[in-house]
Design a protein around this ligand. Structure first.
Ligand code: GLC
Ligand code: CA
Length: 557
């Protein structure tokens, strides 16, 4: 101990605890069954009390809602169902009044097909905005190439008006912007500045890994054994993407005191520093996906502790003393973590809190996705009609065509489907879980009478109170923000253990990521002279043994 380490610069957003709001499902303030901005404002005190400093709100812009707001038709207006610009301004003001900050979702890989830019672009081949999107002739009466959409089917949609196809990596109502076009970029930068000048505190940049496409748009050979859909190799973190990022940062981000987080699927730890290195002047953090496997066939499967140790440790080590990153285990695109990695049947509370301690106390800015703090779980889908997500509906059609039965499709989408994390927030045990007075747009998870905020607020042993204690511990202890991470008990098959070292201070986090008791040798890791400062059980046995899904944090001083 006492070893010197290179500290990274101290910044407010490194010390912050962040919370992601999916506005459609958070809180409905006017009884139409759809969450809205005034609902978010209503709950700011709840977030403040939890210890939240920074909020990321998913798209709330004007949108025909093909992909729940990720298809924007007007960047300067609010979705009617969510409220008005005055409601947004009040949300921002009330957030700031509580000493919290607000970042928006920046969706600029694509717009809605109803955006005026696209309406112009599709009008004629010589329209000035034609080249703002990606148009090509068909080949032999078919699509221009064999690329697949991330939401199933071809990445091309035929348009009769000009007898050409446009590219859409996501749904056919989300045409991709052409980042090669300078005028388009200028217009997008103006839009970014408009929001930043309003006083928002930064952006989460949607699908940033897809902005750059393989320039010749050549067919992919469809090799097998790729982690992603084969055509993604042509537009996932493709060579040259960083030039776009530099252009965005140089023209916009670097002129403001803001925080930026890129949604960076396809990035591995080896290249992380190029994106978030302190001296690069690029992004502050990225959301990497190695531990959750977005869009991969393995999504929703349970990784072993060994796999988790390998992935998290590689990121922690790659950025130590060089840069910063975001920490998360849930968002609106992946299934609920307690269902995925934990054990909702036998150890719901313990596994929810154990997973929490495991990821949250590493180096980085922790993000909590709404409902994660009360241990919300995946839901139950009775029929195909229960799915709302455009990607799930497209996938269901695909699988049906391949000959799968409805029951098999439901089972697959239950394991992987994004609707799992989009069910309404469970505030209390009243009808519709206190989310709304009206039948919600998506069915409430039937377990809301047991799992809800109100039940947990006054129970000292609840998941919610564990999160609250853990957040307050991190706020008290700089070592848990800036300290160096070291993996401990490397080869232990059940326990994920690591230390955080900061000057003379050292913390040890111990998590039994299994449903069986786990022991370790004192020689491998001693707790001599340490004090337990956080645990997810009321009482623990002294000694080198953790019960199923038990987590403890020790302070050495
Ligand atoms: C990102 C979003 C996801 C959306 C997609 C297209 O992955 O997180 O929800 O469907 O981009 O915008
Ligand atoms: Ca509403």
């Amino acid at each position: 101990m006492g070893e010197t380490i290179t500290p990274v610069r101290e910044r407010w957003w490194k010390e912050a605890v962040a919370y992601q709001v999916y506005p459609r499902s958070f809180k409905d303030s006017n009884g139409d069954g759809i969450g809205d901005l005034n609902g978010v404002t209503e709950k700011l005190d709840y977030l403040k009390d939890l210890g939240i400093d920074l909020m990321w709100i998913c798209p709330m812009y004007r949108s025909p809602n093909d992909d729940n707001g990720y298809d924007i038709s007007d960047y300067h207006a609010i979705m009617e169902e969510f409220g008005t610009m005055a409601d947004f301004d009040r949300l921002l003001e009330e957030t700031h009044a509580r000493g919290m900050r607000l970042i928006l979702d920046l969706v600029v890989n694509h717009t809605s097909d109803e955006h005026p830019w696209f309406l112009e672009s599709r009008a004629s081949k010589d329209n000035p905005k034609r080249d703002w999107y990606i148009w090509r002739d068909g080949k032999n009466g078919a699509e221009p190439n064999n690329w697949e959409s991330i939401f199933s089917g071809s990445a091309w949609e035929y348009d009769e008006t000009t007898n050409q196809y446009f590219m859409h990596l996501f749904s056919r109502k989300q045409p991709d912007l052409n980042w090669e076009n300078r005028e388009m970029r200028t217009a997008v930068y103006e839009m970014m500045r408009w929001w930043l000048d309003k006083g928002i505190d930064g952006f989460r940049i949607d699908a940033i890994s897809h902005l750059k496409k393989e320039p010749t748009l050549a067919d992919v050979p469809n090799p097998e054994n790729l982690p992603y859909a084969p055509s993604m190799v042509s537009h996932l973190n493709y060579d040259g993407l960083l030039d776009y990022v530099d252009d965005i940062c140089g023209n916009v981000f670097n002129h403001y005191d803001i925080v930026t987080v890129g949604e960076m699927n396809g990035l591995d730890a080896v290249h992380a520093e190029e994106w978030v290195g302190e001296n690069r002047g690029r992004l502050n953090m990225v959301f990497q996906f190695e531990h959750v496997r977005l869009w991969e066939p393995q999504a929703g499967l349970r990784p072993t502790p060994a796999v988790l140790k390998k992935i998290f440790t590689s990121w922690q080590e790659a950025l130590e003393g060089k840069g910063w990153n975001a920490l998360y285990v849930e968002n609106h695109d992946v299934t609920r973590i307690t269902s995925r990695w934990g054990d909702t049947e036998h150890h719901w509370r313990e596994s929810a809190t154990c997973i929490a301690a495991m990821y949250f106390l590493m180096q980085g800015t922790p993000f909590i996705y709404q409902g994660q703090e009360i241990g919300m779980t995946n839901t139950r889908f009775a029929s195909l009609a229960d799915f709302d997500d455009v990607s799930a509906k497209n996938k269901a059609k695909d699988l049906k065509r391949m000959g799968m039965s409805d029951a098999e499709i439901i089972a697959f989408l239950t394991r992987t489907g994004r609707d799992n994390s989009r069910t309404p927030m469970q505030w209390d045990s009243s009808p519709h879980a206190g989310f709304s007075t009206h039948q919600p747009w998506l069915k409430v998870n039937p377990n809301f009478e047991m799992i809800n905020v109100e039940n947990q607020l006054h129970d000292p042993q609840s998941v919610l109170n564990f999160y609250r204690q853990m957040i307050h511990l991190r706020k008290r202890e700089k070592a848990l923000v800036y300290g160096r991470y070291d993996l401990l008990l490397d080869d232990h098959e059940q326990i994920y253990a690591y230390s955080r070292l900061y000057g003379d201070e050292r913390f040890v986090v111990l998590c039994n990521m299994s449903g069986k008791a786990a022991v370790w040798d004192e020689e491998a890791l001693t707790l001599e002279g340490a004090q337990c400062v956080l645990a997810n059980v009321a009482e623990w046995e002294e000694g080198y043994r953790l019960r199923a899904w038990e987590a403890r944090v020790y302070k050495f001083s």
